[in-house]
Design a protein around this ligand. Structure first.
Ligand code: BTN
Length: 283
């Protein structure tokens, strides 16, 4: 079992995060129901303003995508951050639709140097290592009422990330034991230092800060990078979306982040939002 992170390590990680200048507010809690829920509540009641980051060592009711829960043991790094993104009218802008891919790429690149084999991305933003899930991302648009905006609701984006850093699956529920993995099981180094939660958190936000200059230097890098990590590439997939089910072969993502599927009649479908119900072998 991983030992709880000491106050000294926590404080030093928070100091380093502060130097990146990304957040006005940083909180590292021992335990909470869910960092996404806590941050959303605090943004709504105005006790926390974006940009903000909340990390927790334990969650009693971790939330996953759809109706899933997120198993939240000590060795899992769990955090949520609020972005003052101009996502006002739902998740329809390209910036919004690319956000899941951006988060996934940033984390995959952040952990790439500490694990093998290469971390892959399962649309929209799960991270897989060696065919097992190591990281999940939950992105929510939270309506917040700003005092000086005539009580008109604006949206703040909350990005919640759970990544198994040093998780012992011995006591995990059975389905999790068979589908999940943890960074320390793939570490390139003997020492547990590189897969420690605070190290992974810092690596993620260092990578995140680099992305702005990448956008300027090579527009289009994101879909290219994402494609090179596409876990579903050429696999037969079944995607549940707002209008039903789409079945076919996955051939990548579009510039706006939509998953591209070619069905049995060779028709190309672009799915902007949905859930991968099942996937099979490449073919
Ligand atoms: C998924 O794969 O279903 C998404 C999982 C997201 C889990 C993280 S853990 C930190 C944050 N707080 C939550 O309650 N959920 C997200």
């Amino acid at each position: 079992m991983p030992s709880p992170i000491s106050n000294i390590r926590r404080a030093s990680a928070i100091d380093e995060l502060r130097t990146l200048g990304l957040f006005d507010h940083i909180q590292w809690l021992d335990t909470i129901d869910s960092t996404n829920k806590h941050l959303s509540r605090s943004l709504k009641d105005g006790s926390i303003l974006a940009p903000a980051l909340v990390v927790a060592d334990r969650q009693s009711m971790g939330v996953g995508r759809g109706s899933h829960q997120w198993w939240s043991p000590e060795g899992c790094l769990m955090f949520s951050f609020a972005l003052p993104l101009a996502i006002r009218d739902s998740f329809e802008s390209t910036e919004a639709s690319l956000l899941p891919l951006r988060v996934g790429c940033a984390m995959a690149e952040a952990i790439e140097q500490i694990v093998a084999p290469k971390p892959l991305l399962k649309w929209p933003n799960d991270i897989y290592i060696d065919d097992k899930k190591v990281c999940g991302v939950l992105i929510e648009a939270i309506p917040v009422t700003k005092q000086n905006s005539g009580n008109v609701a604006e949206f703040v984006t909350v990005v919640g990330i759970g990544i198994n850093c040093q998780v012992d699956f011995e006591n995990a529920p059975q389905p999790i034991q068979s589908i999940a993995t943890s960074l320390h099981l793939h570490s390139r180094q003997e020492s547990g230092e590189v897969t420690a939660k605070e190290n992974v958190l810092l690596r993620f936000f260092q990578k995140w800060t680099e992305l702005k200059s990448r956008d300027e230097e090579s527009p289009g890098w994101l879909t290219e990078e994402w494609q090179s990590r596409n876990f579903l590439d050429q696999k037969w997939v079944e995607i549940k979306h707002a209008n039903g089910l789409c079945r076919g072969r996955c051939v990548g993502v579009s510039p706006n982040g939509a998953l591209r599927i070619v069905d049995e009649r060779s028709t190309v479908h672009e799915i902007l939002s949905g859930t991968v119900q099942s996937f099979g072998a490449s073919g």
